[in-house]
Design a protein around this ligand. Structure first.
Ligand code: HSE
Length: 423
């Protein structure tokens, strides 16, 4: 039986999930594809103690990447180290040595992906990264194949498990932000430094990759509007609950005429919307397109076995393509010169919670607000121990929102405005 040798860079949670899935699916792969996948070498850091795992799966541990990237017998390299450096340099070496590469590295693909895609193309090898976005959900492959036949208008997703877990606990268990973050870190969903999770950067990286597949557009982090979940106030949570909404960190790509808006922000999602049912560390991606209409993709966005399965699926895609002689085919064939444009007339509806000045009568403030801003609804809300106001606006431009916020300071301290999801 033909043997395909694999080298892995990194032996963390995802690599171990991959090894477990490869072992459990071995028989099926051999019977159906007629090939034997063999992990021959795994790169670990100097001094990293992984001999038990190496003995269990029967591979060699190496600390010099060249032992993998320059091994003529290895044809597929899987990068599971994370972070941009030195993963980028190692992947480059592998591609330049004509190895196909599979990676789960979203930071790298979002920031340096185009360069790596070009190097892969020049060297006529494949570069696959399904696991970089939404873990186990086969969304990139589905966008590259099934949706290539369609015209996508909107992609809205929950693509960061950490923040979704935190928001779920803040809503359902009334946990504080700090409690929720600590639990997410303990459960292993969060990045080693959770800044990128809570500030929306991790979701933005995933959105950049999704934009290439869904719209053929290359975005940079600077072109996205990014807002994390640090500013969410307990009054926002209770207000959302009272109004029949939940708050989710949504990544959205919305195409209208020639405008594409791209943003990551905490958003009020109606309890009736499918995305509100995506709880804890799970991910979900909602699409609107001309042909298919509305569709929804749901599943685990992180974790050893889910992400490991996604990596294995990429390896099997490469194997299939090697077998049918199309190994150089690109993962994402879509590229078009659409530019991201900001539409100053774009409007949104907002929720704004407000801790009113205690010396003023709530009913007075409420009446005044309604007179000044007929487009707003003001209601008294009993939060934990506070009386608070919240304002739900109708559609406002950014300029109109700024005007409203300035006015609101006359009535008390307002918290960050949160957009209501466009449905
Ligand atoms: N920190 C990431 C998340 C891991 O919470 O979604 C998976 O990319």
């Amino acid at each position: 039986m033909k043997e395909v040798k694999i080298g892995i860079l990194g032996l963390g949670v995802v690599a171990q999930g991959f090894l477990e899935m490869l072992t459990s699916q071995k028989q099926k792969i051999e019977a159906q594809k007629g090939i034997k996948l063999i992990v021959s070498k795994v790169l670990v850091r100097e001094g990293e103690e992984k001999t038990t795992i190496a003995n269990k799966y029967g591979f060699e541990l190496v600390t010099d990447v060249k032992k993998i990237t320059e091994d003529d017998e290895i044809s597929i390299v899987i990068e599971l180290m994370g972070r941009v450096h030195p993963a980028k340099e190692f992947i480059k070496q592998a591609l330049e040595n004509k190895k196909h590469v599979v990676t789960a590295n979203k930071d790298l693909l979002a920031q340096e992906g185009l360069e790596l895609i070009t190097i892969a193309k020049e060297n006529q090898v494949g570069l696959y990264y399904e696991a970089s976005v939404a873990g186990a959900i086969p969304i990139l492959r589905t966008l590259a194949t099934s949706y290539f036949a369609d015209n996508i208008q909107q992609l809205t997703g929950i693509v960061n498990g950490t923040t979704n877990f935190m928001l779920t606990k803040m809503f359902e268990e009334a946990w504080t932000y700090e409690q929720a973050l600590q639990a997410a870190q303990e459960a292993g969903f969060a990045e080693s430094d959770p800044t990128n999770d809570v500030d929306g950067i991790d979701a933005a990286y995933k959105l950049i990759i999704l934009a290439r597949f869904a719209f053929g557009v290359n975005l940079t982090l600077e072109q996205l509007t990014i807002q994390g979940i640090r500013q969410i106030h307990p009054l926002d949570v209770s207000g959302a609950q009272q109004l029949g909404y939940t708050i989710k960190l949504l990544g959205s790509l919305i195409k209208k005429d020639h405008h594409l808006t791209a943003c990551v922000q905490p958003t009020f999602v109606p309890d009736t919307h499918l995305l509100s049912s995506v709880k804890n560390e799970l991910n979900g991606i909602f699409l609107k397109s001309d042909g298919i209409g509305e569709s929804f993709h749901y599943g685990p966005g992180a974790g050893a076995l889910p992400t490991g399965t996604s990596v294995l699926a990429d390896v099997l895609t490469i194997v299939d393509r090697q077998l049918d002689g199309s190994a150089t085919a690109r993962f994402n064939p879509y590229q078009q010169p659409v530019h991201l444009e900001k539409d100053p007339e774009k409007t949104n509806a907002y929720f704004i919670s407000l801790s009113p000045q205690i010396e003023r009568k709530i009913s007075e403030v409420q009446a005044e607000l309604q007179t000044t801003f007929p487009k707003t609804i003001a209601q008294v809300q009993e939060a934990t121990n506070q009386v608070a106001l919240y304002v739900v606006t109708e559609q406002l431009t950014e300029a109109q929102l700024a005007e409203l916020l300035a006015e609101l300071t006359n009535y008390g301290e307002h918290h960050q405005p949160l957009q209501l999801m466009e449905v």
